[in-house]
Design a protein around this ligand. Structure first.
Ligand SMILES: *Cc1c(COP(=O)(O)O)cnc(C)c1O
Length: 218
């Protein structure tokens, strides 16, 4: 699907939900995609991209940034504390704040640098043991802890279990965000972004629907 088609579908979903046009940020998830495909999306004028590994992002984006202005990078995958410094230097947003140790590292870096990317707390809405994220019952406490560390919280993020109806998870994430006074909702991927927009997503993370299937495993 083309970038234009995705944008049109996002606008239609916004309209259907009674939301303002342009109220959803489209993050084009470029992980494991060949350079030519990313280049085509950059040349079409898109500037907001998502990567799930710091190492991989460091391999491509400094080069693209020399050729294109205004690129905004969002880290959407798990972040090891030993990569936190590289992540905050490279990215404008981190969607995967998922544990106290990482929050503490980010707070230290924010103090040292006097700046910090926008942060989303990842919530494990499906309570899946293999998945990263704060459990729903622990989310309020973690939000409070992050605020006590002066971290710039933009909102919450989730990845619903593959086998389940995503809308239940989107609704849960929206509820946790609302009771914590958070407005950002990073939810919705290629298969369910229109549903996510109906439930208030402010950031959708779309990979394969824009770029085609990922070529290698990742
Ligand atoms: C890969 C990835 C996406 C994009 O998935 P698609 O189904 O290709 O749209 C979104 N969010 C996260 C966290 C991802 O790792």
């Amino acid at each position: 699907m083309s970038l234009q088609e995705i944008t049109a579908r996002i606008e239609a979903a916004e309209e259907k939900a009674g939301r303002a046009r342009g109220s959803t940020c489209l993050i084009a998830v470029s992980k494991v995609q060949p350079e030519a495909r990313i280049l085509a999306v950059l040349e079409a004028g898109h500037r907001v991209f998502g990567e799930n590994r710091v190492q991989e992002a460091l391999g491509k984006w400094p080069g693209f940034r020399e050729r294109f202005d205004g690129i905004e990078l969002h880290l959407i995958g798990p972040l090891q504390t030993n990569k936190a410094r590289q992540a905050v230097e490279l990215c404008q947003a981190i969607h995967s704040v998922d544990r106290p140790k990482l929050a503490k590292s980010l707070a230290r870096l924010a103090q040292e640098r006097g700046a910090c990317p926008e942060l989303f707390i990842q919530v494990n809405t499906g309570e899946e043991p293999q998945k990263a994220g704060i459990l729903p019952t622990e989310a309020d406490g973690f939000v409070a802890d992050c605020r006590a560390m002066d971290l710039p919280l933009r909102g919450l993020m989730c990845i619903p279990p593959v086998e389940e109806e995503p809308s239940l998870h989107f609704a849960l994430l929206a509820k946790i965000a609302e009771r914590n006074g958070l407005t950002g909702l990073s939810m919705g991927m290629s298969g369910d972004f229109e549903t996510a927009i109906a439930f208030g997503a402010t950031h959708v993370r779309i990979g394969s629907a824009i770029f085609g299937d990922r070529v290698a495993a990742g």
